[in-house]
Write a protein that binds this ligand. Structure first.
Ligand SMILES: Nc1ncnc2c1ncn2[C@@H]1O[C@H](COP(=O)(O)OP(=O)(O)OP(=O)(O)O)[C@@H](O)[C@H]1O
Ligand SMILES: [Mg+2]
Length: 151
């Protein structure tokens, strides 16, 4: 299933993340692809907020590979692969260790091997910048509970 949504403001991207986050069951691997400033972290803050995590604490993990947050019901693991970039050689063990246990969000997932996009519980979200304030957000997943009803 592919859902395509346009966001016309930072706030709208945050709110979209919040609504999306309410659908999660706790073991999804959310793969965020898109360039600098495309809105990946803002969307992640929205997801965090829906899980009962203070969104102000969600900043890209720059010096560590992963940040961990305890929500009301679920644990969120937030990865950002920007600095690892092209050096990633297929797999990221820190991600593999937690698959199926927690909600995993990966920024710069375009650096990952395609096998992550084939996981049965993966959700592939692509952000593209149309102009200063418009972002096109494309959500691809085979999970049937992620559907248009949330928008
Ligand atoms: N519709 C929009 N949705 C999201 N962000 C927007 C939008 N319009 C403008 N912006 C601006 O774009 C920036 C998005 O920043 P954000 O940190 O979420 O991007 P990112 O994809 O995580 O970038 P990076 O790869 O550097 O981590 C913010 O400065 C925000 O104010
Ligand atoms: Mg970011």
């Amino acid at each position: 299933m592919i859902l395509k949504v346009n966001s016309n403001s930072p706030d709208s991207t945050f709110k979209l993340g919040e609504k999306f986050g309410q659908l999660l069951k706790g073991d999804e691997v959310i793969l965020l692809c898109g360039d600098l400033g495309a809105g990946k972290t803002l969307f992640t803050k929205g997801i965090a907020s829906s899980l009962g995590i203070n969104p102000d604490n969600v900043v890209s993990p720059t010096f560590v590979i992963m940040n961990k947050f305890e929500g009301d019901l679920h644990t969120l693991l937030h990865f950002d692969l920007y600095r690892l970039g092209e050096n990633i050689d297929n797999n990221v063990p820190e991600i593999d260790e937690h698959i199926n246990e927690n909600i995993i969000i990966v920024e710069w997932a375009q650096y990952l091997s395609p096998s992550y996009f084939r996981l049965k519980n993966s959700i592939d979200i692509n952000f593209s910048v149309r102009d200063n304030y418009i972002r096109i957000i494309k959500i691809k997943t085979s999970l049937d509970y992620i559907n248009f009803n949330f928008i």
